[in-house]
Each structure stands twice: as structure tokens, then as C-alpha cells.
Design a binder for this molecule. Structure first.
Ligand SMILES: [Zn+2]
Length: 270
């Protein structure tokens, strides 16, 4: 089975401590790539499951999730609708507790997620890592049989939209921050060579390698923006910078690029 595989639960990690499978939602798009990855996790021998991101408000997707078995806990990676829109339907279908950073997404009595918290659920240890930048509330989740960031090193990291299976992340223009994002990439880089289970796109083998590449890409783009400002003037708008820097990029992506450039200008002008 390869990616994308709609409508079938695709096993990705199967070790003696972690089972992680993905149910890809059929909501492809410029921002969602092949669609939203809903991750289904459990430890060996557990008949309960943890779901990370129920995905958008999609009846078929939620029905497929609910059919998989007992979902005891739903974790939310960040506020975007393609990850959170299905919350109420999955709660209706399963009665699961939903935990997130933002209070608007909490259901049941689990309370908000906090950085460094270690969750014991479905036979797993899941460490919550605040990785803001894409949005202010963005989380990553380290899943393994060890303990937190000092674990056995074999665990996988669910990176949601902070690290994607391909392409690059857009910094949300409402509450994203490039400087927070760069710090989050460095934090993830520090976790070493672990499998990446992203919010969109295929899984990746090496978190350290991909975060190193992302950081280099961001530095390269920042350099391009610095150079563009030297040519077109320090007061240039984000759109003017996009037209100058992103000549090599499909025009369909210019609106998204403009968001990124606005974040870069905020960063450089701070
Ligand atoms: Zn997002």
C-alpha cells in the first residue's frame, strides 16, 4: 500500500512498543497536499486507540475512524479546520475525550495539553511537545515505549503541519511566527534520527535530516528576501517581494508564498 491511499487504514510503524497507522482523508488541495493524515496509535496488546487529528468535517472519514475500534482519546495538533473540523462528529460517534491547546477544541474532562506532558494512553507513552510557528498552538507528539525526550530513541514523532511529508510549511498570518517556527525546528532537530509522521504527505525516515533541510531552506529564503529588499527597497510590500523572489514558483502558490514572505518580513524587521 502506498501514499496516497484513501479510505484504508495504512500501517506505518509496527514495532514491539508502537503501532501507528494512517487514515488519509479524501480532502486533497494546495494546502492539504494529498489530504489530511489522521493518525491512529496504540501499544502492543491494547484494544484502545489514540487518534491524532480527526481531520475535517467529513462524514465518511469520521465513520471509517469510528469503525476501527475503541477510540479513548483524540489529540489535536493545531487549530486549522482540516485537522479539527471533525471533532464533534468523532465525539458523537465514539464518546472520546478530545485534548488540545486551545479551549475551543476540548471535549470531555481531559483538559488542555501542556508542553512536556507525558500521556499514558492505549498502551503508549506520548510526550507533548510545543512546536509553535505554523500556528501559535502547534504541537508535535513523540510516541514510543520509553520516557519523553530521553526515550529509547526509536520512537516516531507526529509533526502535524510543522514538518510535512513534502513541500514546506506556511506560517499562519493570524498567529504564526517565523522566529518561533525556527526555534521549533531546532527543537525537533534535537530529537535526532526518528521517523516523521506528518499531518500531510508521506512519512519520512529521518527527523534530524528533514529539519536540517527545512532550516537550510528557511535561511536560503531569508537571504533571498534580504537581497530582494536591497534591490527593490527596504519598504517593499510582501507582494513585491514575492514577485521578485518567487519567479521560479508556480503562480498558484503565490498567495501562500505571500503569507510566508509577510512572516519573513516581520522576522527581518523585528
Ligand atoms: Zn495547519
Amino acid at each position: 500500500m502506498s501514499h496516497p491511499a484513501y479510505g484504508v487504514l495504512r500501517p506505518v510503524v509496527q514495532t514491539d512498543t508502537v503501532n501507528a497507522s494512517v487514515l488519509l482523508c479524501d480532502n486533497p488541495g494546495i494546502m492539504t497536499l494529498d489530504g489530511t493524515n489522521t493518525w491512529v496509535l496504540h501499544g502492543p496488546g491494547s484494544d484502545e486507540m489514540v487518534v491524532v487529528d480527526p481531520g475535517p468535517d467529513d462524514d465518511q472519514h469520521i465513520a471509517r475512524l469510528a469503525e476501527l475500534g475503541t477510540i479513548s482519546l483524540v489529540l489535536i495538533s493545531h487549530k486549522h479546520e482540516d485537522h479539527t473540523g471533525g471533532i464533534d462528529k468523532i465525539v458523537d460517534a465514539t464518546g472520546a475525550t478530545v485534548r488540545a491547546v486551545g479551549s475551543g477544541f476540548l471535549r470531555g474532562l481531559g483538559g488542555p495539553l501542556t508542553d512536556g506532558e507525558v500521556i499514558d494512553a492505549a498502551g503508549l507513552r506520548i510526550t507533548v511537545l510545543a512546536t509553535p510557528g505554523h500556528t501559535a498552538d502547534s504541537l508535535s507528539f513523540l510516541v514510543d515505549g520509553g520516557r519523553g525526550e530521553r526515550s529509547d530513541g526509536r520512537g516516531a514523532v507526529l509533526t502535524a503541519d510543522t514538518v510535512l511529508g513534502r513541500g514546506t510549511t506556511v506560517i499562519d498570518d493570524e498567529d504564526g511566527s517565523l522566529s518561533a517556527y525556527l526555534d521549533s525546528l531546532r527543537r525537533l532537530q534535537g530529537l535526532g534520527q526518528r521517523m516523521v509522521l506528518p499531518g500531510h504527505g508521506p512519512e519520512l525516515a529521518d527527523l534530524h535530516a528533514v529539519t536540517t533541510m527545512y532550516l537550510a531552506h528557511r535561511e536560503e529564503r531569508l537571504d533571498q528576501v534580504r537581497q530582494a529588499l536591497r534591490v527593490i527597497g527596504e519598504d517593499a510590500t510582501a507582494r513585491q517581494v514575492v514577485e521578485h523572489v518567487y519567479v521560479d514558483v508556480d503562480k498558484e502558490l503565490w498567495d501562500a508564498a505571500e503569507k510566508s514572505v509577510r512572516a519573513q518580513l516581520d522576522y527581518l524587521r523585528a
